[in-house]
Design a protein around this ligand. Structure first.
Ligand SMILES: NC(=O)c1ccc[n+]([C@@H]2O[C@H](COP(=O)([O-])OP(=O)(O)OC[C@H]3O[C@@H](n4cnc5c(N)ncnc54)[C@H](OP(=O)(O)O)[C@@H]3O)[C@@H](O)[C@H]2O)c1
Length: 283
């Protein structure tokens, strides 16, 4: 039985492989996959098996999955194509006899108004309907998403957003990767849906304060209305689709959709999640 990690070339997948190794999984029991397996040569040198797996090519899934394997399906990065891609992966893995699929989803994916939820909802529903044993990891926001704000704060002393007083319960990618490694390695997570997020939900005033400490200058959060935010982004040359997406996401934060602190993540990994300031500084 092997543990197969998709998107191991990405930030999260790479950390999942590292976490499996750190927890004592034998390198030969891990199959790290990517669209370009040569990007995984450093893992291959350490004895991890590597293979090509592209969500657009179900045959690459059939070629990798052996009966009894456990597959981590990391959600893809091509927004708009993901439900179709994930559906193809689930079907091919099922046909190949996969024992369980672990999927990285989004907070409250089946009921949330989050702009990113629909593809995750579709994938979760496909996975449940497939009859394949599953574990769903509804990953909240990565702290690393705010590295750009650190640079903005450093350069200008201000971060702008239209999140109002909305809170974000972010955690570091490493925290989410550790949770994935735990549920891949352990039995007992079949049929479970985990709402993963940081232990603390912070406001953008907290974010500005954390950035101030990192960059060594006063940084303030400028509260924008959605219209002001859209106009600012458009003035910086962003296309209409991107402007709409960013402003909608800020609205989701304003509405509290990324602020839930369920405690599932720290419970799974057996330690507190990485605090905002620490995660930002590390990133
Ligand atoms: N929770 C959050 O805050 C948050 C933020 C951003 C993204 N996400 C989601 O979480 C996922 C993992 O995050 P990350 O930080 O690791 O993202 P990332 O560093 O951008 O990596 C994305 C990974 O997806 C792989 N991928 C894309 N299309 C693929 C395909 N057709 N077949 C196989 N692999 C494919 C990429 O492979 P290549 O190396 O071949 O391109 C890459 O390994 C993202 O893909 C996205 O769905 C979550």
């Amino acid at each position: 039985m092997s543990l197969i990690v998709t998107a191991a070339s990405g930030n999260l997948g790479r950390l999942v492989v590292e976490s499996l190794l750190a927890r004592g999984t034998a390198p030969a029991d891990i199959v790290a996959t990517a669209r370009k397996p040569e990007s995984l040569n450093a893992l291959a040198d350490r004895g991890v098996r590597v293979a090509r797996l592209d969500y657009n090519e179900p045959a690459t899934v059939s070629a990798v999955v052996e009966p009894g394997d456990i597959l981590l399906l990391v959600s893809g990065s091509e927004v708009g194509k993901r439900a179709e891609q994930h559906t193809a992966v689930i079907a091919a893995a099922k046909d190949a006899g996969v024992a369980r699929i672990v999927y990285t989803s989004a907070p409250r994916a089946t009921t949330s108004a989050l702009v990113l939820a629909p593809e995750h909802k579709a994938t979760e529903e496909t996975l449940v309907a497939s009859g394949v044993p599953f574990t769903i990891l509804r990953n909240g926001w990565y702290t690393e998403n705010y590295v750009g704000q650190v640079e903005k704060g450093r350069a200008t002393g201000a971060i702008e957003a239209s999140v109002g007083d909305g809170r974000v319960a972010s955690a570091s990618r490493k925290d989410y990767a550790d949770a994935a490694a735990v549920v891949l390695r352990e039995a007992g997570h079949e049929g479970s849906v985990y709402e993963l997020s940081g232990d603390a939900a912070w406001t953008f005033d907290d974010l500005a304060a954390a950035i101030s400490d990192i960059v060594g200058r006063e940084v303030a959060y400028t509260r924008l209305t959605p219209d002001e935010h859209a106009a600012l982004l458009a003035s910086r040359g962003l296309d209409d689709g991107t402007v709409g997406f960013v402003v909608a996401l800020d609205g989701n934060i304003r509405d509290g959709l990324l602020g839930e602190t369920s405690g599932d993540l720290s419970r799974l990994i057996g330690r507190p999640t990485t605090p905002l300031a620490e995660g930002l500084a590390a990133a």
